[in-house]
Design a protein around this ligand. Structure first.
Ligand SMILES: [Zn+2]
Ligand SMILES: [Zn+2]
Length: 261
């Protein structure tokens, strides 16, 4: 029997899926995906995520939030946060995300990124929804801010790329850790060793489609069906069967995301 997986982080709103999204979703089903979390990056894609989750009920679920790249465009009156809160209360919305800090590309001023991250972590806490955290060249700052604002918030570091001490700190803060395509890259031995050290009940799998395509599709458009390659790399890294990775990560999806009762 083929093993089942979840893609816990995809951007199906990306224009690269505009022409063939139904085909992409069908391939995901054929590849034994149990579900996909469609992750928004601004207010508009948050609306789109909820809409898509409604159309594909039970297969696609929504995460609503403002990516740090888009933190500079937010109205100072906070109307965006009210809009997000409204969308976050929908049944289809199982997480707040993606939120966080990106000091690599610095597309928004750092203070604006931090303010948006803080406000959305609070929202997650108020609504009892988990948070999907993006961190690039900012892991120490992300962990410090989470330690301040994230009390009681279930959260995942998506597309983890930190070192061993950051991993230990994240686990100590109660965070989940999600691995993506880079786990399959030939030169990623250090990352695979961290994936092997991560406690089993904190592991999630994702594609970050259309970005981060795993081997053997590296450099091409990524899609949810390819989460299997990440799962295979994780199984090899941990020295366990693919079935065990499937069972463990599906259990973690159930305990992490806020599915409607
Ligand atoms: Zn991200
Ligand atoms: Zn993403």
């Amino acid at each position: 029997m083929p093993a089942d997986f979840w893609d816990t982080h995809a951007h199906l709103h990306d224009e690269r899926f505009a022409a063939d999204l139904p085909v992409v979703l069908e391939r995901a089903r054929q590849s034994a995906l149990q579900g996909i979390i469609e992750v928004a990056v601004d207010v508009q894609t948050s609306h789109e995520a909820v809409r898509l989750a409604r159309e594909r009920r039970g297969f696609v679920w929504a995460a609503v939030g403002i990516h740090p790249h888009n933190a500079a465009a937010l109205a100072p009156d906070g109307s965006w946060l009210k809009e997000l809160a409204r969308l976050a209360k929908e049944d289809e919305t199982v997480a707040i995300g993606e939120i966080g800090l990106d000091f690599y590309r610095n597309l928004a001023p750092r203070e604006a990124q931090a303010a948006a991250f803080r406000a959305q972590l609070r929202l997650a806490g108020e609504l009892g929804k988990p948070a999907i955290i993006h961190s690039r060249a900012a892991l120490a700052e992300v962990l410090a801010l989470f330690a301040e604002e994230g009390t009681g918030v279930r959260a995942v570091l998506h597309c983890f790329s930190g070192d061993e001490s950051a991993l230990r700190q994240a686990i100590g803060l109660g965070l989940y850790v999600s691995f993506a395509g880079p786990l399959t890259f030939p030169n990623a031995n250090a990352l695979r060793s961290l994936a092997a050290q991560t406690p089993g009940d904190r592991l999630l799998l994702e594609t970050d489609s259309p970005y981060m395509a795993p081997e053997p599709y590296r450099g091409r458009r990524n899609e949810p069906a390819y989460v299997r390659f990440v799962a295979e790399a994780l199984a090899r890294a941990r020295g366990v069967s693919l079935e065990e990775i499937s069972a463990q990560t599906c259990r973690n999806v159930e305990s992490f995301f806020a599915f409607p009762g």
